[in-house]
Ligand binder design. Sequence first.
Ligand SMILES: [Mn+2]
Length: 368
Amino acid sequence: MLYQINAHTDAQANQETKGGALKNSLRCERKMLVDTNAASKDFDVFNGDADGICALHQLRLHESRDATLITGAKRDIDLLTRFQSGPGDRLTILDISLDANIRPLREHLSAGAMVSYFDHHNAAQAFEHEHLQLFCDTAADVCTSILVNRYLGEKYAHWAVVAAYGDNLQHVARQMAQQLGMSPAQCGQLHELGTLINYNAYGESVEDLHFHPAALYQAVHIYTDPFDFINTATEFAVLRKAYAEDMLALQGISATWQAEACAIYILPAKAWARRVSGILANQLSVQDPGKSFAVLTARSDASYVVSVRSGQPDTHSASQFCSRFVSGGGRRSAAGINQLAASEVEYFTRCFAAYFEQVPSFITQTTS
Ligand SMILES: [Mn+2]
């Protein structure tokens, strides 16, 4: 874009008479800059969960932009294929795997877009490009909002705490909250907020969700202080009530298969089940640290969506396990499979047991 501006003004300047040349040239340049800015667009692309929303919220509190919001349900990570960009467009990409988006990322860069990319999922295929700013870290104790928090010099750290709770990094979240001088009661409030924003992102599609994540982001974005959102936003009250109802439906669910170091839960093809599957997986891993879990939720097409939590992420990576399946991926501690055919469930169970249990000392089989 700058090249075009310079070329134009140089040409103009050459045609000017000596007296007014410099003045006209500057005026042209200023006009072109305005036009160029008007033509280039901003896209904020973010995972619809708490981490994605809080990451963008922090960045836009710091620097406001009138950007097109591209987001979806938690598992909608093909977000870069949903729009086209052009020269000078600014893309901010948050909390979606670089490896899973490598082709459209290269296409946007080839089209001339400038990309800032913050993420903590797989990024083995990361590459250098003059218009790509990459902030990727797959360490088990960070989430995208923590990376953004570091980038902004901890300016809006409360929101990184909310996101860390949402991403189930409870230990990290508590530590950050304590450093910010928060009381246990305040930690509890941010924990609930992170859990509720995260809960809202789970579903087979946005139709299962209480709020479209773009709308929830806009509701959150009004508030600089998360405690104000908790105390006054109607969205918070709606999510709190809906969450309680969905969790009630979870009561009485027991493991379909379990062994010493791991267990598998299978949930029915209901919207509530699709919403709470990730929460159930997180809760199980918190209640029983060291143990690994898989939660399979029946989809409307009779296949299953799978959430996996590893109790030993350093030695038994959940993402490595899930990557064995066509639509699998994620992080070392938490990963998933977007579509597991019903005919593959038995095979999945065998693989899961072999990978996480190593040598099972006992196996019980129950029906749900
Ligand atoms: Mn995340």
